[in-house]
Design a protein around this ligand. Structure first.
Ligand code: JFZ
Length: 456
């Protein structure tokens, strides 16, 4: 049986985009790339709107330059552990088709085609095991710009109808890619590294034409066949390309930096960025504050979801100082407030104006509520409406300072103290008698709880 509970309990993971595109980092021959900040797309954006992007031979000169002297897997994973992440996923292969492991399926990989000659994924896997971080892979299954049969960018698209059309491969050629590279590489990844999950990537534009029911069944079937526990996400294409829909995948992936404002009755995650870019981008200076990032984490937790914060290391394997500082700030906050995030669940309570609420069921049948206060105004009351459970006691999680609680009809009020514990998010622990239903318990949706999905 596939266990999804570890995933929902984890709440916080680190995503990573790293590959050949990390060398130009958004700039080619002194020119900033195309229309957005997705620097891993540089091969298909240079000199836009010229179709075809950077010619393959020119892009492949990056192979000789890929030799990161600051790649230190143990140090990388240790930093993620200290930031409070419970799992890690990396672009095993992105759209450019380049593999970060010594793949026997395709020589277009870090071991056979670059001077680095190391098994990046294998070394990271070892570090993850050492630091007890669960590991998974991003694998670009739909698009592959190396294999002659791989999918090309879906241009023109609904968003950009005037783009020059790309010559997509024939269905026959696509089968050669699908059954000759994609599925064999996915199997190889499972055999070599036993990942806990895959994060496949597609979106509803032109992907339906290649992501047919049969091809998706064969890919998901290959994962199920090779691993009893490996999880699969919805961006594999089930949402729009499979008659059974997302019931056959294990967790849902939101759009990039998409933070839903309602609860979602399935295990789910949002992948988000530190700035605008996934892979590192030389010209992207728009760093989000640790407060913003922590609120993304807590917002998602309060709706039953995870947050996967993305890191784009530099080509040499170093991290920018802006990332390092934010990782430490997040880790510091989680040292004291992790209890209010990991293993918690959403509640059926309405979002209060002052912040977010999550809960933990206690073994004695009572409930501990964690009140994440975003705006701490000294000596002001904050309320929880419609709470039928009687409050017992409340205190600040970080300091233990007692908080005065009162109740009037079904409104529970807590008096904020003079001293604000943390001007980003302060947590009050509130114990109440009886059970506060989770969103799923209150609304009785079968798909809600960590569950085992359809079996092939
Ligand atoms: C995809 C990739 O193309 C991108 O390079 C990055 O890896 C990101 C995490 O995922 O980008 C997407 C995927 C879906 C949409 C937009 C960009 N979408 O749903 O519109």
């Amino acid at each position: 049986m596939r266990d999804v509970k570890w995933f929902t309990d984890a709440r916080f993971g680190i995503f990573m985009h790293w590959g050949l595109y990390s060398i130009p980092a958004g700039v080619w021959k002194g020119k900033k790339m195309g229309r957005n900040w997705y620097s891993e797309w540089i091969r298909m954006q240079h000199n836009w709107p010229e179709p075809g992007g950077i010619p393959r031979e020119e892009y492949d000169t990056l192979l000789d330059q890929f030799n990161p002297d600051k790649f230190n897997p143990n140090h990388w994973i240790k930093q993620f552990k200290e930031a409070g992440a419970k799992y890690f996923l990396i672009t095993a292969k992105h759209h450019d088709g380049f593999a970060l492991w010594p793949s026997k399926v395709s020589e277009y990989n870090v071991y056979d085609a670059t001077p680095m000659k190391r098994d990046v994924l294998g070394e990271l896997k070892e570090a993850c095991d050492k630091h007890e971080i669960k590991m998974g892979f991003y694998y670009s299954h739909w698009l592959d710009w190396e294999h002659p049969g791989g999918g090309l960018p879906p241009w023109p698209s609904a968003e950009n109808p005037n783009d020059p059309p790309m010559m997509q491969p024939s269905q026959k050629l696509y089968d050669e890619y699908w059954y000759g590279k994609c599925i064999p590489q996915v199997r190889e990844l499972i055999e070599n590294y036993d990942p806990k999950f895959f994060w496949f990537d597609s979106w509803n534009d032109k992907s339906e034409m290649f992501l047919t029911e049969k091809r998706l069944d064969d890919l998901i079937g290959a994962v199920r066949d090779a691993s009893g526990h490996c999880l699969v996400n919805s961006r594999i294409g089930t949402t729009w390309s499979h008659p059974k829909g997302d019931s056959i995948v294990d967790y849902l992936s939101m759009g990039d930096n998409e933070f839903p404002d309602t609860q979602i009755p399935r295990p789910w995650e949002t992948s988000g960025t530190f700035n605008n870019a996934w892979a590192c981008h030389k010209l992207d200076y728009s760093w989000k504050s640790s407060e913003t990032l922590l609120k993304s984490l807590v917002d998602n937790a309060s709706r039953g979801g995870n947050f996967q914060l993305n890191i784009g290391p530099n080509a040499d394997g170093s991290f920018s100082p802006a990332m390092i500082r934010r990782l430490k700030e997040i880790g510091g906050w989680l040292i004291v407030n992790g209890e209010a995030v990991y293993g918690t669940s959403s509640t059926s309570l309405k979002d209060p104006a002052w912040g977010r609420i999550v809960k933990r069921d206690l073994p004695d049948g009572n409930t501990r509520l964690y009140c994440h206060v975003y705006d701490w105004v000294p000596n002001k009351n904050i309320d929880i409406d419609d709470l039928s459970c009687e409050p017992v006691k409340a205190s600040v999680l970080e300091t233990g300072e007692p908080i005065e609680v009162s109740v009037d009809k079904k409104i529970v009020s807590m008096m904020l103290t003079e001293h604000c514990p943390d001007d980003r998010i302060s947590v009050i622990v509130l114990d109440v008698i009886g059970k506060v239903p989770s969103y799923c318990e209150a609304f009785g949706d079968k798909m809600c709880e960590p569950h085992s999905t359809f079996n092939f």
